[in-house]
Design a protein around this ligand. Sequence first.
Ligand SMILES: [Zn+2]
Length: 219
Amino acid sequence: MRLLTDAEIQQVSGGKSGPPIDVIGRRDYYLRENHSPAYSGSSDPRFQIYMQWAAGYYTAQAHDLAIDKVAKDVAKAIKTSKANLDNQEYSAILYQDSSGYHAGNILPGHNHDTGSHSIQDYGVPPGATIVGFVHNHPTYYDGINNSNRAFADNVDLAATANPFPGPTPVGKEEFRSYIMHDNILDEYDYASVLKNAASYQAPNVARPDIHPDASTTIQ
Ligand SMILES: [Zn+2]
């Protein structure tokens, strides 16, 4: 790539003078290095389209990272405070309110085990948006070693595609489902189950064919 002229540097750094130029390079680099308030006022429609795309992209990334962090905190809390997690399922709701992203209470059970709890039991405050759900899949289920519990099952996938409405509805694309097993935290989102929308409503069947979006070792 050639060096920019002084006029071009002035243009990309926010100056108004100089001829229009095309900047060649990776888009995220382009945004980070050349995004100044003056330049973001550019009326170039290509730039406006790009800025719209970038704003959505970075907002979605920040949202995903924030939920991931809270989910990892819950997984670590289950790992360190629940000695019987190999035999008992635990779950927590992740929610967003005006002060950020939080986890509610960690409760025993989920739909596979001791029954369901209300959103109030989970400690979700009024007005919050439910953005995720974490639960562990114990190694032993009803005393039987059930190693394929590492996989999401159809109930998990249905819950991922049809999240709790919560006090404030969440967009399906914003909701995350996490399954903790064997010291791993798997993340699923709507995109990962969408392609199986026709089949995930069937009963409680493990689905090794559906892969998580991300897997993290619980530290
Ligand atoms: Zn499950």
